[in-house]
Design a protein around this ligand. Structure first.
Ligand code: SAM
Length: 222
């Protein structure tokens, strides 16, 4: 059996009882970063063989994991943080497990996209998750423009190093809409800043971005 197991996005207390139960029970854990997962496993006193599974070895590792499953082993897939498959490796495994008719399921848990959209104060009944935008401004603006006329709340992941440039491009593409920036979710310095995009730009001119960020931008309807 294949399990996609969500892990905490900061606060280790957010691991679920089922996640722990499955991590203790499986034969192998396929992890994006074996060292990081090693620390998580150590914290919960779990000793388990790991298989490295990340975007750079995905093609090679999917068949390896399929062989393990086909020979009767159980495998849990975890990413560095949050839900596997959400801006993290995972979907190719699910696609292949479905193709081969192998049983699989997910142990749900934290994901930054859901927490940020809920905390943003922007409408949650329909939202479009875009993940990471391209790093270069021209490409990023074209990437954003796809949803320029969307009525849905828009959600993006962004690194602290590119947040200011991201917001500058967002102002060009979307105009001065309402938005919210959530960071360090579930951690000590968790915070949400909201306002018009221009106000957020001014905020981050004063307060240098640090930590992990999710940007939530209102759709044309809100
Ligand atoms: N699989 C993860 C999930 O389910 O949210 C996302 C992994 S992605 C490689 C990492 C990005 O998610 C970060 O750059 C940031 O945009 C967002 N993120 C993850 N943890 C976060 C946190 N604690 N606070 C804010 N954003 C976070």
């Amino acid at each position: 059996m294949l399990y996609l197991v969500a892990t905490p996005i900061g606060n280790l207390g957010d691991i679920s009882l089922r996640a722990l139960e499955i991590l203790r029970a499986v034969d192998y854990i396929a992890s994006e970063d074996t060292r990081k997962t090693g620390r998580l496993l150590k914290h919960f006193e779990i000793d388990k063989p790991q298989v490295a599974f990340h975007e750079h070895n995905e093609q090679k590792t999917v068949p390896k994991i399929m062989r393990l499953l086909e020979t009767g082993h159980s495998v849990a897939v975890v990413s560095n943080a949050g839900t596997p498959g959400i801006s993290d490796p995972g979907f190719t495994l699910v696609r292949e497990a479905r193709r081969r008719d192998l049983p699989y399921t997910m142990i749900p848990g934290p994901s930054a996209v859901v927490m940020a959209v809920v905390l943003s104060g922007l409408p949650t009944h329909a939202f479009t998750f875009r993940g990471f935008a391209p790093r270069k401004s021209g490409k990023r603006q074209r990437f954003m423009a796809v949803d320029q006329d969307s009525p849905h709340t828009l959600v993006f992941y962004e690194s602290p190093y590119r947040l200011k440039a991201f917001l500058a491009d967002a102002l060009v593409v979307f105009g001065d809409r309402e938005a919210a920036v959530a960071n360090e979710l579930t951690k000590l310095y968790e915070g949400v800043v909201d306002g018009r995009i221009s106000e957020l730009i001014a905020h981050f001119e004063e307060n240098e971005p640090r930590g992990e960020y999710v940007v939530v931008i209102s759709g044309t309807d809100s």
